[in-house]
Write a protein that binds this ligand. Sequence first.
Ligand code: NAP
Ligand code: ZN
Ligand code: ZN
Length: 348
Amino acid sequence: MTNTKAYAATAADRPLVPFSITRREPGPHDVFIAIQYCGVCHSDIHTARSEWGPSNYPVVPGHEIAGIVRSVGAKVTRFKAGDKVGVGCYVDSCRTCPPCLNHLEIYCEKGPNYTYNSLEKDGKIPTQGGYSTQIVVDENYVLRIPENMPLDRAGPLLCAGITTYSPLRHWKAGPGKRVAVIGLGGLGHMALQFAHGMGAEVIGISQSLRKKEDGLRFGAKEFYASSDPATFEKLANSFDLIVNTVSADMDWNPYLGLLKLDGVMVQLGAPPRPPSIQAFQLIGKRRSLAGSLVGGLAETQEMLDFCAKHNILPEIEKIPIQDINEAYERMIRGDVRYRFMIDIQSLG
Ligand code: NAP
Ligand code: ZN
Ligand code: ZN
């Protein structure tokens, strides 16, 4: 067991505090990773504050992990000490169910072993995430970060990146398709870059026009404020695909009205309360409302290569771990450009 410095949430209504955890001794198939950076995803906040139901405290959040391999188990073949690697939202899965066998490990029928607020494969030890100095993960669930990719910007690709890349691929964003991205936070700013990189015409919709210049730079052809009612008249019936990344409770009905005949709105944001949908917003134009969860390991590696090829990276604001509680407050206000990145050295 290795003592590891971390930051943890100890209750839903308390700030994160310094904490100590132990990591298991690496087994034959394990990779022991020295964490350098960890991105801050809004799911970290939902979990730290029990917004999706009671969390299993103490919780060390963080599933946008980038680091360097320190050592590997005797049977590890894919990695060696010194490699640049990442760990995303899950650290294992059953490996035998149809989704696992079909490279869709995140949809594991027994439930994947999430990186935090979940259990290790033994079904007993709680998993703890990347707001910590080191982690031990089975080599099959570790991603290779391309050599030329800066480590401090790679982490968010493992959640915000794959979570937006996967539905855009699944619903075939590409030339001739008109796509809207709602919410310009960590996920949203990646979705704009991917949709543009795939050749779709992409439009950004934010609460205000404050992030317009950035949105256009990320590839949006046009940019609109949801606070302006004229937006919903102007854009009515005009999208093949809408990617909704908003983390807060909101009325989805006006956005469904922006879909064309047979259009699809994909829900990525996971707000605390269930929405209320007007059936006629779907019926009238044979529209679909869908959801999508992160993405499988093979597609994550494909996404990393797509990023390297198209020069796509998240924009980050580096913070020491001591600023994490303030970063959470800023994210809730939408004041993030566009991912907070914890420099794990600050835990040292
Ligand atoms: P984030 O960086 O905090 O961005 C969320 C954005 O939503 C904000 O920047 C803001 O964009 C917009 N927003 C916030 N409050 C709003 C409100 N009251 N009304 C309208 N818009 C609002 O969060 P994130 O890390 O991108 O995560 C977004 C959501 O996706 C979270 O719920 C997270 O849990 C979920 N998630 C899901 C998956 C999945 O697999 N499906 C994976 C990762 C994350 P503007 O400033 O542009 O308005
Ligand atoms: Zn996430
Ligand atoms: Zn499975």
